[in-house]
Design a protein around this ligand. Structure first.
Ligand code: 5AD
Ligand code: SF4
Length: 439
């Protein structure tokens, strides 16, 4: 163990990745340096409870920490995020190394609290209260070509399968001036691309009487230096015609949208409490395609929701075909204790869920392959993020995303890292593209 060092393990969504980035910057500002788990004085587990068996994941991470640090009681473990919010003080029983449990609204206070804990080795603390409004954090100088900026936190929708309203609390929109200020600061520090984050982004402003989400997008799009704007995650029921229209209006808004469908069956959608029908979803897709004909849509799907029949599942396949999602995340339904669907009857046997998942994924693969193949010969603007995992003989390759969110590998060297380069797509692989720099 080296004094003044930390290590962070991150599970889950982009919001967690963003929280971990902020924690890293905050601890570095306090003079701490990042290191391998084996050497760290402080280990943080940033947890997610959306899909995985959350308790098992935390237990196994704690086991790995114990092995890596020989169980040293001088090592301080902090657990934060959704599982921490859910399980609270119970987590102290999992390992004597655990000394801080911080819920989703407690992250802002973690850097200060961790310093206190490191100075008082017998102390254990929790930060579990939900705040009444969006919790601002000290702004830190974070660099990088790609920036995540949170615009809201929490969710009021209570979809029947989902634990998020319980772990992240009710919806709290961030003040517009804070959002614009953070975006401006990130652009001044070299960001070219901003991804706005929230559990239900297009409901932004509804809880505290601010303007519309589309209005916010227009203001952010006008910030000097911004080349690309994205957001995750929208809810189809809150997506207005204006939200769709801005795709045709704002050149920096990328023609790419992750729009969770969950199921193509009206019966299942109603049971999930999604509050839109398959027809309404298709109409929204049409409005989006009218605004931006080349828009690339992706989605989330849950198969095997309680009571889902073969006909319901076929309706999901039908929507996949009609919407031609370029990619999707698909999951077998699993109970989240506390969420309403955990109490629903007619659970689908795991083998049948798995069968449906594979059938869905096979159809998705075909559609993805076709879309990728259709990109060959086209131009693409690629923001290079990191080295490609596969390096061709004697030729360095870097990868990044194009304006449609596809991964593109380009044979260039690291001098181009963080740069936006114009390419011509030369080949399609199974899940990515290969491009060559042009001009
Ligand atoms: N079971 C399966 N998938 C789930 N998701 C959320 N909760 C569950 C659950 N209980 C999926 C949804 C959501 C994504 C983030 O995770 O598809 O959009
Ligand atoms: Fe969960 Fe539904 Fe809220 Fe998304 S909209 S976070 S699925 S409750």
């Amino acid at each position: 163990m080296r004094a003044g060092t930390f290590h962070i393990i991150t599970f889950g969504c982009q919001m967690n990745v963003h929280d971990s980035q902020w924690l890293t910057a905050a601890l570095e500002k306090q003079g701490y340096s990042r290191t391998a788990m084996e050497e760290a004085q402080l280990v943080i587990i940033n947890t997610c409870s959306v899909r995985q068996k959350p308790e098992e994941k935390v237990r196994s991470a704690l086991g790995r920490i114990k092995t890596a640090t020989c169980g040293s009681r001088d090592v301080c473990v902090a657990i934060c995020g959704c599982v921490a919010q859910q399980l609270g003080k119970k987590l102290f029983e999992y390992s004597p190394q655990v000394r801080l449990v911080a819920g989703t609204d407690g992250i802002a206070a973690m850097p200060q609290t961790l310093l206190e804990l490191l100075e008082a080795p017998a102390k254990k603390l929790v930060l579990l209260d939900f705040a009444p409004a969006y919790v601002e954090r000290p702004q830190l100088e974070i660099g990088g070509a790609s920036a995540f900026v949170a615009i809201m936190q929490g969710c009021d929708n209570f979809c029947a399968y989902c634990i998020v309203p319980f772990t992240r609390g009710r919806q709290k929109s961030r003040q517009e001036h804070e959002i614009l200020e953070e975006c401006g600061r990130r652009l001044a520090r070299g960001a070219r691309e901003i991804t706005l984050l929230g559990q239900n982004v297009n409901a932004w402003g509804k809880d505290n009487g601010q303007g519309s989400f589309a209005g916010l997008l227009r203001k952010i799009a006008a910030l000097p230096g911004l080349e690309r704007l994205h957001y995750i995650t929208p809810h189809p029921k809150d997506m207005t015609a204006e939200d769709a229209r801005v795709f045709g209006e704002l050149p920096v808004l990328c023609p790419r949208l992750h729009l969770p469908l969950q199921s193509g069956s009206d019966k299942v959608l109603a049971a999930m409490r999604r509050r839109y029908s398959s027809r309404e979803y298709l109409d929204l897709v049409e409005t989006l395609k009218n605004a931006r004909p080349d828009i690339a849509l992706s989605t989330d799907i849950i198969v095997g929701f309680p009571g889902e029949s073969e006909a319901d599942f076929l309706a999901t396949l039908e929507l996949l075909r009609k919407c031609s999602f370029v990619s999707s995340f698909s999951f077998c339904y699993s109970d989240r204790p506390g969420a309403r669907a955990a109490l629903f009857p007619h659970k689908i046997p795991p083998a049948l869920q798995q069968d449906r998942l594979l059938r869905f994924q096979a159809m998705q693969e075909e559609i993805t392959e076709k879309w990728l193949a259709g990109r060959v010969g086209q131009k693409a603007l690629v923001l290079l993020e990191g080295k490609s995992p596969r390096q061709a003989d004697g030729q360095e390759s870097w990868q990044g995303r194009d304006e449609y969110g596809a991964i593109v590998h380009v044979p260039v060297n690291e001098a181009f890292a963080g740069q936006m380069i114009a390419c011509r797509i030369e080949a399609a692989r199974r899940h990515s593209l290969v491009g060559r720099q042009e001009g």
